[in-house]
Design a protein around this ligand. Structure first.
Ligand code: GUN
Ligand code: ZN
Length: 433
């Protein structure tokens, strides 16, 4: 039996959605806590003073008196091929895609390029404390192979898929309904549930797929029990109008996907900003999830996500960075912008709700809550060590904090990659600052 490893620090994690159980029942906090790990799993969590006495003598213990341990972050929507075009100036969605995104994604027909970007992308996620992400590839099959090969090196729980796109895009970036079906199937058969990896069927968004491609995406989703479906929904007003023109027989934007049986417990729709009540209702009925991507929604000028509407209709919501439309890999900075998006609607986003959205809520959106998302005994040891002395400003501001909720809020407001002292995936250190 390999020796136990234990981390002693303040420890916080979510137990449930604060909207459902109230803020205080939604989290657990150990001011002087101990997280005990054997191999890749959490085997104990509690107060240090109570647990230390019960540990075998050969347990390896790390003590971090100036840190808070939290679950690894879950990013429910991001594009790895857009790593090198983050911060592209001056456009809204449809022009942004044509001007910056499509030419960048063209480069991923070259597997060596794809692997280079995938390696740098994963390092960036880990530097920011993100241990699981739902990731877009490009239309090229090799882009997804490169991503999964790079993820395997770090033993990360990652979900990715090949973009399906057969119209309204440059010829160099389109497939056909048949090739997209066949290549996606081959990728599923090779990679889905291999180690900690999963596959997501990934039609880019309704405007770039024909009805026959969406129908084949739905057929593929039906052919497997537990693959994901990942796409965009109702992000930008011009996009929504275009979808109405392209699919005149559909009731609304979501209905385009619904008609092709693309709504499921493992379906994640990025953005969902301009939705009507029946769309929230249908998302709830099918157990589908929305990825709320505040830095992207502000940067590309898409609009303000209505979290309270999603809550009213009990729609699963996770938080996403949407890099390269989003402007940061940091889930702390993403929570910062989420807070402001909600403020602009005269509501408040509590730090516990933000922590929930970026950990357990994201895991629930991905149906992975039995494996990741909090620090419950039996789950996988994916966690971050947040450094309370990461910067002079964090040091002085956190010294005045009177509660864990206040401390979390300060990390979410002032923190970024600098605050991540270390990141662990499946019990192994995958980033040390
Ligand atoms: N809609 C379709 N493709 C994209 C993309 O790459 N990024 C964002 N933000 N929205 C999209
Ligand atoms: Zn996106």
């Amino acid at each position: 039996m390999s020796p136990l490893k234990a981390w002693r620090a303040a420890i916080v994690h979510c137990l449930d959605d604060p909207k459902v159980v109230g803020i205080h029942a939604a989290y657990d906090y150990f001011e002087d806590g101990l997280l005990v790990v054997q191999n890749d799993k959490i085997v104990a969590l509690g107060h240090a003073k109570e647990l230390l006495a019960s540990l075998p003598a050969d347990t390896i213990i790390e003590h971090h008196p100036d840190a808070i341990i939290a679950p690894g972050f879950v990013d429910t929507h991001i594009h790895y091929p857009q790593t090198d075009m983050i911060g592209s100036y001056g456009e809204q969605l449809l022009t942004w895609l044509n001007t910056y995104t499509f030419p960048e994604e063209r480069k991923f027909s070259d597997k060596a390029h794809a692997r280079d970007v995938a390696d740098r992308f994963l390092r960036e996620l880990l530097r920011n404390g993100t241990t699981t992400a739902l990731v877009f590839g490009t239309v090229h099959k090799v882009s997804v192979e490169a991503f999964f090969e790079a993820s395997e090196v770090h033993n990360l729980r990652m979900i990715c898929g090949k973009v399906m796109m057969d119209r309204n895009a440059p010829e160099y970036l389109t497939d056909t309904p048949e090739t997209s079906y066949q290549e996606s199937k081959e990728l599923i058969d090779t990679w889905h549930n291999k180690g900690r990896l999963h596959y997501a069927i990934t039609p880019r968004f309704a405007p770039t797929s024909s009805d026959s491609q969406l129908a084949l995406a739905g057929k593929l989703l039906n052919e497997y029990d537990d693959v994901y479906m990942h796409t965009h929904l109702s992000e930008n007003k011009d996009e929504c109008a275009w979808v109405q023109d392209l699919f005149p027989a559909s009731k609304d934007y979501l209905d385009v996907y619904d008609q092709h049986q693309l709504l499921s417990e493992r379906s994640v729709f990025a953005h969902g900003i301009h939705l009507c009540d029946s769309e929230y209702h249908r998302l709830h009925e099918t157990g589908s999830a929305i990825a709320f991507c505040p830095t992207s929604n502000l940067f590309i000028g898409s609009g303000l996500f209505k979290l309270s509407k999603a809550e009213e209709y009990k729609v699963n919501v996770g938080l996403g960075t949407d890099v390269g439309g989003g402007t940061s890999f940091s889930m702390l900075q993403t929570m910062n912008e989420a807070y402001k998006v909600i403020q602009l609607q005269n509501e408040n986003l509590s730090p516990i709700k933000s922590l929930y959205l970026s950990t357990l809520g994201g895991a629930k959106a991905l149906k992975l809550e039995d494996k990741i998302g909090n620090l419950a005994v039996g789950t996988e040891a994916d966690f971050v060590i947040l450094d309370k002395k990461a910067t002079p400003l964090l040091t002085s501001r956190l010294a005045l904090s009177k509660s864990i909720e206040e401390s979390l809020f300060v990390f979410m407001t002032l923190g970024d990659d600098r605050a991540i002292q270390a990141t662990y995936a499946a019990g192994q250190c995958v980033h040390q600052r």
